[in-house]
Design a protein around this ligand. Structure first.
Ligand code: NAD
Length: 243
């Protein structure tokens, strides 16, 4: 898969999955704008650091990226946060964070990106949702709800903007070996390596996903091989159901 001269914007670019997405698009010839709180250490064609909870920053990202690289062909809404607990354990701060990063930011960025893509004849949007948004998992009520909202937004946008040549799809991973998962184990007092090995034994394929297992599907969705996919939610779970 080649993405020569494609102009690509990736949010959450400094995270476990985001870094791999950036690297693989660049290796395949793409020009990438990286967005995250801190992007100083990332190799990329353009850097747009900022906080997605800042509405002005999220609203302005697509135009800023298009100005820096001379267009916008592919947007990956990858940034996300995980909040743990049932509803009664969920604070207002959890709500504002999860709704802000996982739903409002992709909404704002997509809303700004779609007219730009339409003007240049089309584009691709890929949202990183989660299996946990397609079916509920225990003790992550807010996370599941926000990823379900992102999955629904993906289906709606996939339908509404296909006529403009814009394809919108989502990847829905189960557990992936990234700082998001590892820090959760650390907070709960587990050794992340042991916990990830244990978790791997619950996956029919025998291991949890590495970031690159997800990235390959992101690149496929961005490629011409996926030209007839619109509003699809692709589960990438090694055969493991949500439990
Ligand atoms: N790791 C998993 O098990 C898993 C499973 C399913 C889905 N996902 C999803 O994959 C995506 C990538 O997650 P990851 O596992 O690489 O996690 P990660 O924590 O390594 O990366 C997430 C990135 O998002 C950025 N981010 C968070 N809040 C932000 C904000 N307010 N402004 C700007 N950037 C912000 C972080 O700085 C971080 O670099 C997320 O949407 C996540 O929900 C992850």
């Amino acid at each position: 898969m080649r993405f020569d001269d494609k102009k690509i914007l990736v949010t959450g670019a400094s995270g476990g999955i985001g870094r791999q997405i950036v690297q693989r698009f660049r290796t395949a010839g793409g020009q990438v704008t990286v967005a995250d709180i801190d992007v100083a250490a990332l190799e990329a064609e353009a850097h747009l650091p900022g906080d997605l909870l800042d509405a002005n920053y999220a609203d302005g990202l697509p135009a800023a990226a298009a100005t820096m690289l001379g267009g916008l062909d592919i947007l990956v809404n990858n940034a996300g946060v995980i909040t743990r607990g049932s509803v009664v354990e969920t604070t207002d701060a959890d709500w504002n964070l999860a709704v802000g990063v996982n739903i409002e930011a992709p909404f704002r960025i997509s809303r700004a990106a779609i007219p730009l893509m339409a003007k240049s004849g089309g584009g691709v949007i890929i949202n990183v949702a989660s299996c946990w948004g397609l079916r509920p998992g225990p003790n992550h009520a807010l996370y599941c709800m926000t990823k379900a909202a992102l999955a629904s937004l993906t289906q709606c946008m996939g339908m509404d903007h296909a006529h403009l040549g814009i394809r919108v799809n989502a990847v829905c991973p189960n557990e992936v070996n990234t700082p998001m998962l590892r820090s959760g184990f650390e907070k709960r007092g587990f050794d992340p390596n042991d916990a990830i090995a244990d978790l791997g034994r619950t996956v029919p394929l025998g291991r949890i996903a590495e970031p690159d297992d997800i990235t390959g599907v992101v690149l496929f969705l961005a490629s011409d091989a996926a030209r007839y996919l619109c509003g699809s939610l692709i589960e990438v779970n090694g055969g493991k159901p949500v439990q």
